[in-house]
Design a binder for this molecule. Structure first.
Ligand code: SAH
Ligand code: SF4
Length: 361
């Protein structure tokens, strides 16, 4: 069998290679991380692009079994941030030179919701010159809605597949018409066909998820030719069925290590994509996001949600940055990125190079 060093020199990894890399112990993982760091430097550079994250509503019609803001969880106070407060947050991002914003929420399919998002996107896209990048993360929608949002000025969309294993998908979602694996796949395809920079991702360390599942997820993201990826550890959220009914065999540190290896392998395999340093990494390790930037990630999403609402957008337990203000997050982010030796790409859109290459061909 080839050595890890030899394996890392291969042009492409097959499933067995990926499994072997995901199984590396802490000491051997260093070789993997060195390789992904080198690939990152060569293909996307050592710049970190900022996306101001606004969690504008925690009202959700879905009941994903892992999520703290699922419809059936009555322990949250539901909120919908007023348009003018969302726009002030966007203005803050612009003044802070963030270059782009992400509007994220629970999933609603009502005409009122889709029209509201459309109007917000229109206002944001015409408010600044040069235009800010606008990413949406509002779940599965129909073609007409995705298309209207695109025309309004949204250029990017994040929709994690969560797991590409259909059986596991139905273990972490209710089996009903609202939670349909095929529809999630179709949504990703629609977004790509409409010309969005399309991002997906998974949770690592889900109950019953195997290393082989994660290897398949990595191959799935490559096959679907995604422009951006967000990978985070699964973290229990109390009051959710998944947290109550499953004892997770992996502890949080093991999930963290696995998530880090997953993004490193992705960076080596999908060299020019954007990879986010996910917030969930920081809830396990205080410098989790810095570690992700160090080895593979090039996107950081400072939270600019008005502070009063943050404690109600608890997707999982121990979510970090819920008491800080947008400006506190700003100085923290700068310090964190400086620690990694990477450079903050102020005022830059940070368009996925993979997307640019995909469009040029
Ligand atoms: N409603 C939208 C966006 C908000 S949820 C959607 O579902 O796409 C954003 C992401 O949070 C989800 O894709 C999921 O991967 C992550 N998330 C939710 N609950 C989580 C948990 N318990 N642990 C880790 N990540 C979680
Ligand atoms: Fe709603 Fe998204 Fe949470 Fe599912 S993951 S319950 S769609 S907010």
């Amino acid at each position: 069998m080839e050595t890890i060093k030899e394996l890392l020199e291969k042009e492409q990894f097959n499933k067995a290679d990926i499994v072997r890399l995901l199984e590396l112990n802490k000491a051997d993982s260093k070789l993997l991380f060195l390789k992904s760091k080198e690939v990152k430097k060569q293909y996307v550079g050592e710049k970190v692009y900022l996306r101001g994250l606004i969690e504008f509503s925690n009202i959700c019609a879905k009941d994903c079994l892992y999520c703290g803001i699922r419809k059936s969880n009555n322990s949250n106070e539901r909120y919908n941030i007023a348009d003018e407060d969302i726009l002030s947050a966007v203005k803050f991002a612009n003044e802070s030179n963030y270059g782009s914003v992400v509007l994220q929420s629970g999933e609603l399919k009502s005409p009122v919701f889709t029209k509201r998002v459309e109007d917000l996107v229109k206002q944001i896209s015409s408010a600044f010159d040069p235009k800010m990048g606008i990413t949406l993360s509002c779940g599965e929608q129909d073609e007409n809605t995705y298309s209207k949002w695109k025309e309004a000025g949204a250029d990017r969309y994040l929709l994690r597949i969560e797991t590409s294993n259909e059986a596991l998908f139905y273990r972490i979602h209710p089996r009903d018409e609202n939670h349909n694996f095929q529809n999630r796949l179709n949504s990703l395809q629609l977004l790509k066909d409409l010309g969005y920079q399309t991002g997906t991702g998974i949770m690592v360390g889900l109950p019953t998820q195997t290393i082989e599942d994660i290897a398949d997820d990595i191959l799935f993201m490559q096959e679907y030719d995604m422009d951006m990826c967000g990978i985070g550890p699964y973290i229990e959220s109390e009051n959710t069925p998944l947290a109550k009914n499953y004892k997770n065999p992996l502890d949080l540190d093991e999930r963290f290590q696995l998530a880090l290896k997953t993004i490193s392998i992705l960076r080596i395999m999908m060299k020019d994509i954007n990879i986010a340093a996910s917030t969930a990494l920081q809830s396990i390790d205080k410098v989790g996001r810095e570690k992700a930037i160090n080895v593979a990630a090039n996107i950081f999403m400072p939270n600019i949600t008005p502070t009063d609402f943050r404690k109600e957008y608890l997707l999982y337990d121990n979510k970090p940055c819920i008491d800080e203000s947008a400006s506190e997050c700003q100085s923290c982010v700068i310090g964190r990125i400086a620690l990694t030796g990477n450079e903050v790409a102020y005022g830059e859109l940070g368009t996925s190079k993979h997307y640019l290459n995909r469009m040029a061909n």
